[in-house]
Design a protein around this ligand. Structure first.
Ligand code: C5P
Length: 218
């Protein structure tokens, strides 16, 4: 079984020295990559800007910077994967124009117009084969459950892992996470605060439960 994982933040370039990014460190995605490899999956890890190393030899890592680069890398690897886990914090907007020289300070405001990026998970969800399993992550600050469930439907996911910024010890940069897993069949599993590695073990266990019932690849 081949699993495709996106992890970390994307950087959207403003000029040669500046970018728009986010606080994702990639720890959760990298923990998932290690766990999947330990469970015998072939892993393709598409990593945004992170400061992390991969340990397991069974992980093929592709480094990207922008949402556009991550989209292209995913599309090149999506068709022959059995499982995809969308764990990256992909920028939703990118500068419409990238300055070729460093923008200089002036008296006026600087207005940067942003255009939407492609939603990688949604695009893959549209071309998903029946026997592929797609898992998303959602980090919400309000109406957590409702937003997570609507994302699962909109992005054609089989499972979504919700973490709330309201929970202490969960979210960006921590080594721990507190998540609730929602499955397409209506199942809801609330997990206690645990290390990201333990969360990865639980998520992989749930994936294995789903994939046992999935029709085998032709
Ligand atoms: O940003 P949002 O809350 O919609 O993210 C939910 C899921 O969609 C996450 O799994 C994230 O990795 C994925 N996503 C993506 N491409 C985007 C935005 C989000 O793959 N441009």
């Amino acid at each position: 079984m081949k699993v495709l994982i996106t992890a970390g933040a994307t950087y959207e370039r403003i000029d040669p020295v500046r970018f728009i990014g986010n606080y994702s460190t990639g720890k959760m995605g990298f923990a998932l990559a290690e766990t999947c490899a330990e469970h015998g999956f072939e892993v393709v890890l598409i990593a945004g800007k992170v400061n992390l190393q991969t340990q397991h030899a069974g992980i093929q890592r592709i480094d990207v910077e922008s949402a556009e680069e991550m989209y292209n890398a995913v599309m090149e690897n999506f068709t022959d994967c059995d499982i995809a886990i969308w764990c990256a914090a992909v920028a939703d907007f990118t500068p419409e124009k990238v300055y070729s020289e460093k923008v200089k300070r002036g008296q006026d405001d600087l207005i940067i117009r942003l255009k939407p990026t492609k939603d990688i998970a949604a695009a893959a969800g549209k071309i998903k084969r029946e026997n592929q399993i797609l898992i998303g992550f959602a980090l919400e600050t309000n109406n957590e459950e409702l937003n997570a469930l609507s994302k699962m439907q909109r992005k054609n996911l089989d499972m979504i892992v919700l973490n709330s910024l309201k929970d202490s010890g969960a979210g960006f940069g921590c080594d721990t996470n507190k998540v609730t897993v929602f499955k397409k069949n209506g199942e809801k599993i609330s997990l206690p605060l645990m290390s990201k590695k333990e969360v990865a073990e639980e998520v992989v266990k749930e994936i294995e439960n789903i994939s046992t019932f999935a029709p085998k690849k032709k």
